[in-house]
Structures are given as C-alpha cells and as structure tokens.
Design a binder for this molecule. Structure first.
Ligand code: BEZ
Length: 224
C-alpha cells in the first residue's frame, strides 16, 4: 500500500494515447490519476465530461489528468465519443486526456483502487472511484476513495490542489471549507517571535476559552 509522502509507484500502461511509463508521462507536472468502475456507465460519464470542462483549470495549475477504467482501449475510444457529446464538445476534437486500459483490474488492484463490496454482473469487484494526486517530485500527496455509487466533486479536487500548492510555498494550513483567497492558518510550528517577519500581511490570534494562542489567522499569502 502506498502512503502519503511515498514516491508513487511507477507503472507502464496502455492508454487511449498509446503506451506510457507513468513517471515519464508526468514529467515536471503535478498529476491526477482517477479511476472508474467501467465504461458506458452514467456516473462515470458525467465525471469525465466534468474533467473535460475543467481542463483549463487543471492546466493553469500545471496538472496533468489521466483516467483509468477497467475496459479495453477500443471500448474507451467508443465511450470517449459519448463523454465528449455529454460535455458539449465537438466530436472532431481529440479526447483531451488519456484513459488507461485495465481490463483485468490488475493495476487497480495494485494501487488499492478496488471496492470489494461493489460487484459487476460476473461477481468481480469493481474498481472504486479513487483520486490520487502526485506532485512534480512524484510524491503521493492525496488520496480520496469513493464507492462506485458516489460521483466525485471535481471542484473539491481543484480546491485541494490549490491548498497543496499554496501550503508547499507558505507556512500556512488551509481551514475548513477554505477557498483560494480566503484567510489561512499560521502553521502551529511557526514560533510566535517569527510571526511578524514571516507574515508581514498580519496575523490575528483568535481568543479561545483555553487561553492558548494556537488559532492564528493570516490573509492568504500571494505566493503562487
Ligand atoms: C456509474 O458510473 O454510473 C456506476 C458504475 C458502477 C456502479 C454504479 C454506478
């Protein structure tokens, strides 16, 4: 099992854009690998169409996206036409990101993407809806796992990317329901006597019944 902070395992795969070596394909970019139970399924179709719509947002953040579904390349290629249609895309346009072929679910099993409670018609466990975020150093930075019956919220995935990229650059953490531009929390590891130097934009200490000064807010640092 891969843990957050580990180097994400490399693999070779056949995709709708040909054979890839995952790490080479990532290059210097961030990456999102998201898995699907199978082709020609309604929830998956809405998710992939949403990723097409949000692609400019991923590109803006230097993120490459790649899907995985447990069917063949020829099935993926047919399905891509439905996804483009659902997304309101011109059918002449190339499908804008690769989808990995994983017909035996070997890669899904290797990466811990299988949901043992959701079975296909032949009784085989379905691939769950995993979201894995990998950073430009190939470190595994985030994992979200949804059951097959719950579609993902890709706005949340963009929000998480913003948080990861911001907190890599500034000594802050992002609080509940944070969105880019909202106040952030000064990291608990920042000593009180360094706060003014590190956060010239100011810090507000929120008074709490414990009297402890740990809830320190600061305007969102402008570091991206
Ligand atoms: C879907 O994508 O619609 C789906 C796939 C597997 C199980 C349930 C829903």
């Amino acid at each position: 099992m891969v843990l957050l902070g580990d180097i994400f395992p490399n693999f070779s795969a056949n995709t709708t854009e040909g054979e890839i070596d995952f790490h080479d394909w990532l290059g210097e970019s961030w990456g999102i690998l998201f898995s699907h139970p199978s082709d020609f399924t309604p929830v998956c179709t809405t998710e992939l169409a949403r990723v097409i719509t949000l692609l400019p947002e991923f590109i803006k953040r230097n993120v490459k996206v790649i899907g995985l579904s447990c069917d063949t390349i020829s099935s993926h290629s047919e399905w891509c036409k439905d996804i483009k249609s659902y997304a309101g895309c011109n059918d002449d346009k190339k499908f804008p990101f690769p989808i990995i072929e994983d017909k035996d679910r070997l890669l899904a099993a290797k990466l811990g993407m299988v949901d043992k409670d959701e079975l296909d018609a032949s009784g085989m466990p379905l691939t769950a809806r995993a979201v894995f975020i990998i950073d430009p150093k190939k470190k595994f930075r985030l994992s979200i796992l949804y059951p097959a019956t719950t579609g993902r919220n890709f706005d949340e995935i963009l929000r998480v990317l913003d948080s990861l990229q911001l907190t890599d650059k500034a000594k802050v953490a992002t609080p509940v329901d944070w969105k880019m531009g909202d106040d952030c929390m000064v990291l608990p590891t920042v000593p009180e006597d360094s706060v003014d130097t590190i956060f010239p934009q100011g810090v507000t200490v929120v008074p709490l019944p414990s009297g402890k000064k740990y809830l320190r807010k600061t305007p969102c640092p402008n570091v991206l």
